[in-house]
Design a protein around this ligand. Structure first.
Ligand code: ADP
Ligand code: TRP
Length: 321
């Protein structure tokens, strides 16, 4: 099976990205043909600072490699190193109704936040569809928030196949049913745009500060508490096995539990969980040239996979004359 997913290099990666998308995706390198890439064209819809985009791209690559992505097992590259995806985007624009894009939640949310309605932002899902279809991807592991974008990609593929003849595989989203959405320190969805994240590679101090800011209620220590209504419980659960989770839930219900103790435990768990990756990241960061070479080699492999599809598409639509 061909599995593909990508992430924008537009800020530090957080545990929502990790549990929602990176971990399930990286696991596929053992069993499937995995395509993993850093979507820097997409990040241009929010990042206008050149250095920030360039640095963010290398940082995201370091994150993936440190967290276990193996470039020997997966194809790992930067989106703009296979610029043919923009040609496919243009072609797909012609089977994409504007109304479909105007209905996208992500677009509407961004406009509601006061972000300027540039064409790039509106056509973001078309570029994402091109990413997916160019590699004839079958399975796309993402968090819940990307579900609509995946539906748009499917609609575009179906419309294209219908108009020009069978060309694209129809992709399917894979959303982890156990962890569709990781909550942030304020109880909303964890997202870098809400400033409520716990970053995977935060420094010790920053991590302590983040965890200290997790919002809890003001139930007195002695009283029973409801674990199912507590974001601290939801977050720490990501790092507990089933038995530990039931034991902690029991302590909540029994009363006498101090949120500050749970926060200390959460800090220890996160620090330990990502300890190996943190070390590996430091080693990789010392040699950015090595990382660039990995990405260059990945782009060569990705392009070789993309070109036959693009040739077929050009033929189907009449660009070959
Ligand atoms: P952010 O919302 O922080 O900007 P992105 O949109 O860059 O994150 O998301 C990258 C990937 O991580 C996507 O597949 C997305 O669905 C997933 N993801 C992001 N936030 C969460 C979350 N809180 N819970 C689960 N998955 C998430
Ligand atoms: N839109 C996705 C996000 O913000 C990133 C993305 C771009 C993507 N192209 C993709 C994800 C293709 C999966 C497949 O998270």
């Amino acid at each position: 099976m061909r599995v593909l997913s990508g992430i924008q290099p537009s800020g530090s990666l957080h545990i929502g990205n990790y549990f929602g998308m990176m971990r399930p995706m990286i696991a596929y390198q053992e069993t499937s043909e995995l395509y993993c890439f850093i979507v820097n064209y997409h990040a241009m819809t929010s990042v206008t600072d050149r250095d920030q985009l360039a640095r963010g791209t290398i940082e995201a690559a370091l994150d993936f490699l440190a967290l276990g992505l193996d470039p020997e097992k997966a194809i790992f590259w930067v989106q703009s190193d296979v610029p043919e995806v923009t040609e496919l985007t243009w072609i797909l624009n012609n089977v994409t109704p504007v109304g479909l894009l105007l209905r996208a939640h992500s677009y509407k949310d961004k406009i509601a936040q006061g972000i300027s309605p540039y064409h790039g932002l509106l056509s973001y899902p078309v570029l994402m569809a091109a990413d997916i279809l160019l590699y004839q991807s079958e399975r796309i592991p993402v968090g819940q928030d990307q579900q609509q974008h995946l539906e748009i990609a499917r609609d575009i593929a179906i419309k294209f196949n219908h108009t020009f003849g069978e060309t694209f595989v129809i992709p399917e989203a894979e959303i982890n049913p156990d962890i569709p959405t990781v909550v942030g320190i304020d109880g909303q969805k964890m997202s870098k745009s809400y400033n409520n994240t716990i970053d995977i590679f935060a420094s010790e101090k920053q991590l302590q500060r983040n965890i200290g800011s997790i919002v809890t209620d003001s139930t007195p220590v002695a009283d029973p508490k409801d674990p199912d209504k507590c974001n601290l419980f939801a977050i720490i659960s990501l790092f507990l096995d089933e038995a530990e989770k039931s034991e902690l839930a029991e302590q909540y219900r029994r009363g006498g539990l101090k949120y500050s103790d749970v926060k200390k435990e959460l800090f220890a768990r996160i620090w330990e969980y990502f300890g190996g990756a943190r070390e590996k990241r430091q080693q990789l960061a010392a040699d950015p040239e090595h990382v660039r070479k990995i990405l260059d080699a990945g782009a060569v492999k990705a392009r070789a996979k993309a070109l036959p599809t693009l040739q077929l598409v050009r033929e189907r639509v009449g660009l070959k004359y």
